[in-house]
Ligand binder design. Sequence first.
Ligand SMILES: [Zn+2]
Length: 358
Amino acid sequence: MLLFDAHLDLAMNAMEWNRDLRWSVSAIRNSEKGMTDTPDRGNNTVSFEAMRKGKVGLCMATQIARYSKPNNPLPGWNSPQQAWAQTQAQLAWYKAMEQEGHLTQITDNSTLDAHLARWEESQLAHPIGYILTLEGADSIVDLGYLEKSYRQGLRAIGPAHYGPGTYAYGTHSIGGIGTKGKALLKEMERFNLILDVTHLCDESFWETLDNYHGPIWASHNNCRALVNHTRQFSDEQLKALIQRKAVIGLALDAWMMVPGWQRGISLPEKMDVGLKNMVNHLDHICQLAGNTDHVGIGSDLDGGFGTEQCPADVDTIADLQKIPELLAQRGYGAMDIVKVMHKNFLDFLHRAWSRPVH
Ligand SMILES: [Zn+2]
């Protein structure tokens, strides 16, 4: 069954981890033997081949680059212009993969419908569809750059990532969106961009909800009720998102799935973290909503972590095809499973993209 993955850092892996996603997962692992620059070396789970095997025929693919002001302890570029250039390098890689027939860019309902029809027909012969999303908006130097990005196919923006951003405060920071954030949201509305509330700190989250009138989703988020951390959404936040017709993509970063995870110490097998835990978070949202209309998958696989911090039953992204069976075991019906795997996000896109762009 087609899987829509709402969050994959494909170009970040290519351009910052130096991973050629045309190679198999095992070939990439072999090439990283002995490397210690990041904890996830040799533990990668994503390649085009593995995506095909997992029937990930369509995904949200990120551009991501942080601008770190002098007092920001997080790593990042020293100017928004450098961050912009990095996102442009990432875009150049997506375009090169289009040239090679591995990817095809989706930007509106007609390209979406054509892609879905062709994918249905012959999955192996057809490129994987991707929709550009920006994780953290620091690289938008000024609002003129937003228009440039829109013309390049950008269709969703998460205003902040980790730490204080130019337009909002992200995970592990505290603050509102200010005048710059409000101006960004206004311009996003003009282009009918999807607002991704993932990573917004609580204050920025609520201000954003009050100020944005366009389509809203959360690409990769889990529940605070199950794992208590500000990176996760409280029930109150989830209910507000449900009211706004959002879809929430469940994420597969182990620390967000089970309580008590210690980075670099805990092991997936020992912590007994599996896709079943993802289903717990998913089920929690469905219980709050009273239906299965607001959940999907935003795996974030290879988003700065690999098998060392993944569900134990995920070796590659192809293992996401275990999800339908797990949902069936928990009493989810055939239509509910289709909604989780792709339909909720596809319906959202169809709805969002039927609105006019000003
Ligand atoms: Zn993220």
